[in-house]
Design a protein. Structure first.
Length: 282
């Protein structure tokens, strides 16, 4: 799984692997009556054997279990894989920590090819439903019942879904390559991109009048393909890159920009440094 970037996170916020020292805190949190009723598969009371089963689940190749740490304290936990589920200690409610954690975890999840992600909330869990909606998850139109261990009964729940395409549209990835970055091209870039097209045309690049259709056809829908705008450290659009399964195709606004950046961008992309990550052009 892609490493989590900390570029946009507070210095005292960490998303990390579970460690043995965390187990007593996890047991304490998962016995909290303010947390347990919202987690369907959580047995009550929650003991050492249960936390061992939780860790075993998180070690499955398709599952990723992470501690949400704030100020050196275990604030909560999340698991992302076939589905998404999480909890946060009440002492940390209302600070936006889980929003930050899920935003980073889902970005890392969709940095590689992955199927749609689902999450399920009890209908009375307004906070979690609001959180998923703010992140862009789509609520299912109908409700369904799910068995909850804590109440030993079937409770009404709503499913939420997120596709990779939807996530990338709502949270456009940026690719950091030394002193430039690449972001997915949008229709607003059409006027600038037209100025980068070759005068004589080519089998790769479109005619000027078809640039908008070209942007839509090659819109980034998930790695490793897509049309990207190349930005410098001042957010100036200096080129574009068409990433496909073949050698990346590059165009620049000026010969000076091409001379300065083409070789290093081509070399970086050829070496596979196109890993999607958070990057701040300042």
């Amino acid at each position: 799984m892609t490493r989590f970037s900390t570029d946009q996170a507070p210095q005292d916020f960490v998303l990390r692997q579970v460690q043995k020292k965390d187990l007593p805190t996890l047991i304490q949190q998962l016995n909290d009556p303010r947390i347990a009723p919202w987690l369907a598969a959580l047995p009550q009371p929650f003991g050492p054997s249960d936390v061992d089963a939780l860790l075993a689940h998180g070690q499955h190749p398709d599952e990723h279990l992470f501690i949400v740490e704030h100020g050196g304290a275990v604030a909560g936990c999340l698991c992302i894989g076939a589905s998404l589920w999480y909890w946060l200690d009440p002492a940390f409610w209302g600070r936006g920590l889980m929003h930050q954690a899920l935003e980073r975890a889902v970005t890392a999840h969709f940095a590689a090819l992955a199927p749609p992600l689902s999450a399920t909330c009890h209908t009375d869990n307004a906070a979690s439903q609001t959180l998923l909606t703010r992140l862009g998850f789509s609520p299912a139109p109908t409700l369904r019942k799910m068995f909850f261990q804590s109440t030993q009964s079937a409770e009404l729940c709503r499913d939420f879904a997120m596709t990779p395409e939807q996530w990338h549209l709502l949270h456009p990835p940026l690719i950091a390559l030394n002193d430039v970055c690449l972001r997915p091209a949008e229709q607003k870039d059409a006027v600038t991109l037209v100025r980068m097209l070759p005068h004589a045309g080519s089998p790769i690049w479109p005619a000027p009048e078809t640039i908008r259709a070209f942007i839509e056809t090659h819109r980034f829908r998930g790695p490793p393909r897509g049309l990207f705008v190349i930005l410098d450290a001042h957010r100036r659009s200096l080129g574009m890159a068409l990433l496909t399964e073949n050698t990346p195709a590059l165009r620049f606004l000026s010969e000076e920009d091409a001379t300065r950046h083409q070789d290093q961008i081509s070399a970086a992309l050829a070496q596979g440094i196109g890993a999607v990550q958070s990057f701040k052009c300042e």
